[in-house]
Design a protein around this ligand. Sequence first.
Ligand code: 1GP
Length: 254
Amino acid sequence: MVLLDPDRMSIPEIVGLARKSEEGGADGFLVGSSLLLSSRFDESIKQIRKNVKLSVIIFPGNANQVSKYADAILFLSLISGRNPHLLIGEQVKAAPMIKEFGLEPIPTGYLIIESGKATSVQFMSDTQPIPKDKPDIAKAHALAAEYLGMKFVFLEAGSGADNPVPDLVVREIRDFISIPIIVGGGIKEPEVAYRKVKCGASFVVIGNALEKDDSIIRQFADAIHTKEKPKAAEKTIKSPYPVNAPSNPEESNH
Ligand code: 1GP
């Protein structure tokens, strides 16, 4: 999934990236921002929708990010935090609008995982991320999301994060819950995306890396659409990429 942030791109740029992503093998689009400064949100979604066939799903930072032009919306609850506004407050504000617009709500448990320096989503949500070396805490949160009836768990390192969600965290959650996992934040290379899928991610979200270089969309798509199925207890990942070792030394302890 390609993250399109209306704050970081003009409408022609966002439409251009959406078209290239579709041609390059993307599966869909997430549109949103943890802090929306521009007034282009609605028009951006309208234009993306007009120019691509893939689904356009809102990835909202708050209840103001609802648009009738989208196909669906991640109905997020930030369950790794204890900020009542993001656990239930914004959802109550957004729900009637979602109904009125006929958007499909996708109930999703949103977990922020520590990733190096503070990210926008951490700051704006006023919450503590789950420590990256405490997979048990992440597992308990993910299971709670499943038991609350959520359809997905989104493991978020934060846009532009120094480090993505560690492989170990993805794998341990995969082995512990039954609902699909979305992983995003700080995934800069196709081989890193490949590893997240091998560890059990059903969807990988890429934003910054494609804004910087849209010529690697196909490589990301090929890496993510690996035919090999992740094995539940797999401990070694045989990567088809030349660099087999984790590119991030912080991830090398698993
Ligand atoms: C952020 O997961 C997304 O919410 C994407 O992050 O921009 O770092 O790829 P990046």
